[in-house]
Design a protein around this ligand. Structure first.
Ligand code: FAD
Ligand code: EPU
Length: 367
C-alpha cells in the first residue's frame, strides 16, 4: 500500500487532463483495503475508486480520497467439459485478460478486445462492443463494502446490469470496491459476427476463430478510435440514445436517412455519432478540445485542454443535438467531481444521479 497527498492524476486518466487528489491510496493486496477503510479519515462520501481512468473526466481537483485497487492476478479457477472459469483481480488490465482468454482457447470476450481500462471497472460499466456485453460472461463479482468493510460476492443478477450500467455506478455508487471478477468462458464458443463489418474483417484474416476475431476487432478499433496513449480521450463521450417507435417515426419523417437499430419491443437505438456528425461537429475544434475526426462520439484533448474545456465542448454538442433532434444525450463518461446535484445536494465523486431516461437494455448491433 502507498498513500500520497496532493497527488497528480494526469497520468491516471486517459483524457490526460491535470487534476490532483488531496489524498491517493494505492492498494496492492486485498487485505490492505478493509484495513485502510477502518481508519479512513475522509468519511463515506469522499471517495473515488479509480481504475484505469479511461471513462473519467476530471474537471477539478479531488477534495477527498482516491482509492486505487491495483490488485493483480489472473488464474483459471475451475473448468469442466464446456466451460472455464477465470478469476481476474480488479487491477488487471482488461485487454491482458482478453489476450489470456484467447490464448487459453476460451471464448466469450474476444469481441471486447482492446477496450482500455481495468477488470474491476468492466463490471461497473458492463463494457460492450461489437455485439457482446461483459454481463453475459460474468459469473460473480467480488467486492469489499465501504460501510461494513466485509467481502461480498454478487451474482450477475444482483448487479443490475444494463447498457453501460450496473448498480455499482447507480444504486450502489460509492459503496463497494470491486476486488475481483470471475468470468465463465466457453470451450466451444459461439462466435458473434453480426456487427456490421466484423465478419468481413475476420474472414480477410483467415479462418474464423478466437485469434482472428481478436485481431479483426483490434484493427477495426485502431482505424476508428484514437489511441489514448497518443491523443487524450475516453472513448464514447455519450451513450447511444434509445427511443420508442413513435419518436422514431416522427424523427424519420424529418430525417429519412436516420439509422436505427431495434432493441426489443418498441425500443430503437440511435447512433449518437450520427446525430452529432449531422450537426457538423465531426472534427470541430474548440480551443484545445475537439470532436474526433473519425468518430464523432469521441471527444479528444488536442494537448493541454482542461477538463472544463472538454466538458464545455460536450455541453455544446449535447445542446445542439437537443435543438436539432429533441434528444437529450446522456453522458457515458463520468465527470468528477460532479457539481452539486439538485436532487441530493451534494458533490460526490461517484455520482448516482445521472438522468436515466435514455438508458435501456441493449443486445443489438450497436451494443
Ligand atoms: P475508470 O475510468 O477508472 O472508472 C470507471 C468507473 O468505474 C468509475 O465510476 C470508477 O469509480 C469505477 N471503478 C473503477 N474501478 C473500480 C473498482 N475496482 N471498484 C469499484 N468501482 C470501480 N467502453 C466500452 O464499454 N466499450 C468500448 O468499446 C470502449 N471503448 C473505449 C475506447 C477508448 C479509446 C477509451 C479511452 C475508452 C473506451 N471505453 C469503452 C470506455 C472505458 O474503456 C470503459 O468504461 C472501462 O471499463 C473503464 O475502465 P477503467 O478501469 O479505466 O475505469
Ligand atoms: N456514426 C456516424 N458518424 C460517426 C460515428 C458513428 O454516423 O462519426 C454512425 C454510423 O451510422 C455507424 C454507427 O454510428 O454505423 C455506429 O458507429 P460505431 O460502429 O463506431 O459505434 P458507436 O455506436 O459509435 C458503440 C459503442 C462503442 C463500441 C462500438 C462498437 C456506445 C456509446 N459506444 O459506438 O463503445 O466500441 O459501438 O460496438 O455504445 C465506448 O463505450 O466508449 C465505446 C467506444
Amino acid at each position: 500500500m502507498e498513500l500520497k497527498t496532493d497527488f497528480p492524476l494526469k497520468a491516471f486518466n486517459t483524457f490526460h487532463v491535470e487534476a490532483a487528489a488531496e489524498c491517493y491510496v494505492r492498494f496492492d493486496a486485498e487485505n490492505e483495503i478493509a484495513e485502510f477503510l477502518s481508519r479512513n479519515p475522509f468519511g463515506e462520501q469522499r471517495h473515488l475508486v479509480l481504475g484505469g481512468g479511461s471513462n473519467l473526466l476530471f474537471v477539478n481537483d479531488i477534495a477527498g480520497i482516491v482509492l486505487h485497487p491495483l490488485l493483480k492476478g489472473i488464474r483459471v479457477a475451475e473448468a469442466d467439459r464446456r466451460h472455464i472459469w477465470i478469476r481476474a483481480m480488479a487491477g488487471e488490465n482488461w485487454d491482458d485478460l482478453v489476450a489470456f482468454a484467447v490464448a487459453s482457447r476460451c471464448g466469450g470476450i474476444e469481441n471486447l478486445s482492446l477496450i482500455p481500462g481495468s477488470v474491476g471497472a468492466s463490471a461497473v460499466q458492463n463494457i460492450g462492443a461489437y455485439g457482446v456485453e461483459v454481463k453475459d460472461v460474468i459469473d460473480s463479482v467480488e467486492a469489499i463494502s465501504m460501510e461494513s468493510r466485509e467481502k461480498v460476492i454478487f451474482s450477475p443478477l444482483d448487479c443490475g446490469f444494463g447498457y453501460r450500467s450496473s448498480h455499482f455506478k447507480g444504486l450502489w455508487a460509492n459503496r463497494f470496491i470491486i476486488t475481483a471478477v470471475v468470468f465463465r468462458l466457453s470451450r466451444q464458443p459461439e462466435f458473434v459476427l453480426d456487427y456490421p463489418g466484423v465478419k468481413a474483417a475476420v474472414e480477410a484474416l483467415g479462418a474464423i476463430g478466437l485469434e482472428t476475431i481478436r485481431q479483426a476487432i483490434i484493427s477495426i478499433r485502431q482505424n476508428k478510435l484514437p489511441d489514448p496513449a497518443r491523443v487524450g480521450n475516453a472513448g464514447s463521450f455519450f451513450k447511444n440514445p434509445v427511443i420508442d417507435g413513435n419518436t422514431l417515426n416522427s424523427l424519420r419523417r424529418r430525417f429519412p436517412d436516420l439509422p436505427y437499430f431495434p432493441q426489443g419491443e418498441d425500443q430503437f437505438k440511435l447512433p449518437a455519432g450520427w446525430l452529432i456528425e449531422r450537426g457538423g461537429w465531426k472534427g470541430k475544434r474548440a480551443g484545445r478540445a475537439a470532436v474526433h475526426d473519425r468518430q464523432a462520439l469521441v471527444l479528444v484533448n488536442l494537448g493541454g485542454a482542461t477538463g472544463r474545456e472538454i466538458l464545455e465542448l460536450s455541453e455544446q454538442v449535447k445542446g445542439d443535438v437537443y435543438d436539432r433532434f429533441g434528444i437529450e444525450l446522456e453522458r457515458e463518461v463520468l465527470v468528477v467531481p460532479q457539481p452539486g446535484c439538485a436532487s441530493c445536494r451534494r458533490e460526490k465523486y461517484e455520482h448516482a444521479c445521472q438522468p436515466s431516461g435514455m438508458g435501456g437494455r441493449v443486445d443489438g448491433p450497436l451494443a
